[in-house]
Design a protein around this ligand. Structure first.
Ligand code: ADP
Ligand code: MG
Length: 393
């Protein structure tokens, strides 16, 4: 998986201007089911945040709360410094400075492209409206199609019209709910590039919901991972992938295998041997799980090894090897496209030099050793309370 594009650019600074969007302990329940639970998030002006999580985890609920299509049960929402929802106040959606883009475009079929885009501009004068429509159609490179009707456009063009319509009134925040998922694979990458370019060019603050990991990592300045209504991690793409804060984030964002391991005197060992050193853990003796991603796992044929290749998946550029260890656990390893170890091959497995794997105690990542307890080697269960204090969050 490549991590690149926007994520590699400097993200907008959070400390220079008030946030464009703030969620402060926001919750929303539907009867017994959790829509959103205690959400805390601040989005900087010009920042593009991607919101990802499994189906039903609360992504759309979060956007609907911001848009004013739902009322929070608890918490405060601010847009460009103004409170739009809290225990007392509730600003109607049309008065919030929010632009919306949905998966199904939701264009008016009986209006031309230009009229669709002009729809939210009724507070502008006629001349201003015309100028603004021209400007945003130029931005999404659809100026030449202004007179067409939605059914005369491709899916990708329709999505660009929807984006132009959302941007036209100069909203403080644009919310995009799985905007590319109805487009086929080949179109998707291009429309995604056009959309993020338009958002960046206009310095628009945006929250983009996706269920595609690569999209979340490659498009967002920051990635917010949700699970069961809760934000598990809100971080740069690199940190979400390389330093996941929970077991869920590790397994949801990219492939991950987990092996029981032990840190003893700053050495991390598991079934495949020494994995790495863990600086700062010199006095520790702690059971952990180590997270290993397929690109971090090296292998080579070794007739003396008890590990065996159990499956081989050709993915084109890379070949994924599944390896069954002596314990019966499985690790996966990416190999270059020209490497193929047949099923049954005994292989020695190791961790690529330079890997700093994530360590989990129960379901949380730990970055610091627990306070030393003289006397006893410390197993996972009795230690979990104290380890809780050093959890990365
Ligand atoms: P996502 O967009 O991440 O797939 P949603 O935000 O749509 O998830 O839904 C989050 C949870 O809230 C789910 O359990 C869903 O069933 C529930 N939910 C969402 N909207 C409603 C609603 N209008 N009435 C009842 N339950 C809802
Ligand atoms: Mg949804």
């Amino acid at each position: 998986m490549t991590i690149q594009t926007v994520g590699a650019e400097p993200a907008p600074r959070t400390d220079q201007a008030p946030p464009a969007l703030v969620l402060d302990r926001v919750s929303k329940h539907y009867g017994d089911s959790v829509g959103a639970s205690d959400l805390d998030l601040a989005v900087a002006p010009g920042e593009l945040v991607t919101l990802i999580g499994p189906s039903g985890c609360g992504k759309s609920t979060t956007l609907r709360l911001v848009a004013g299509l739902e009322r929070p049960d608890e918490g405060t929402i601010r847009i460009a410094g103004d409170v739009v929802a809290d225990g007392r106040r509730f600003q109607e959606p049309e008065r919030r400075r929010v632009g919306l883009v949905f998966q199904d475009h939701a264009l008016f079929p009986h209006l031309t492209v230009a009229k669709n885009v002009a729809f939210g501009l009724d507070r502008f004068s006629r001349a201003e409206r015309r100028a603004r429509v021209g400007e945003v159609l130029e931005l999404v490179r659809l100026h030449h199609l202004a007179g067409r009707y939605p059914h005369e456009l491709s899916g990708g063009e329709q999505q660009r019209v929807a984006l132009a319509r959302a941007l036209a009134p100069r909203p403080a925040v644009v919310l995009l709910d799985e905007p590319f998922s109805s487009l086929d694979e080949s179109l998707r990458a291009q429309v995604r590039r056009d959309t993020t370019a338009a958002l960046r060019e206009t310095g628009t603050t945006a929250v983009l919901v996706t269920h595609d990991q690569t999209e979340a990592l490659s498009v967002g300045h920051r990635v917010v991972v949700m699970h069961d209504g809760v934000i598990e991690q809100a971080d740069t793409p690199e940190r979400v992938f390389e330093q996941p804060s929970t077991r869920f984030v590790a397994s949801f964002m990219g492939d991950a295998d987990f092996l029981p391991a032990r840190v003893h005197r700053a050495l991390l060992t598991c079934e495949i041997g020494i994995v790495s050193t863990v600086p700062g853990w010199a006095d520790s003796d702690v059971d952990v799980d180590v997270v290993l991603r397929p690109h971090e796992v090296a292998l080579h044929p070794d007739p003396d090894s008890p590990a065996r290749v159990s499956a081989v998946e050709y993915h084109g550029a890379f070949v994924l090897h599944h390896v069954r260890l002596a314990s019966g656990r499985t690790l996966r390893s990416w190999q270059p496209h020209n490497v193929r170890h047949p099923v049954g091959t005994p292989v020695a497995v190791s961790v690529t030099a330079g890997t700093t794997p994530t360590l989990l105690v129960d379901d949380r990542a730990v970055t610091a050793p627990p306070p030393a307890r003289p006397g006893a080697p410390t197993g996972r269960s009795p230690m979990s309370d104290e380890l809780g204090k050093s959890f990365l969050r």
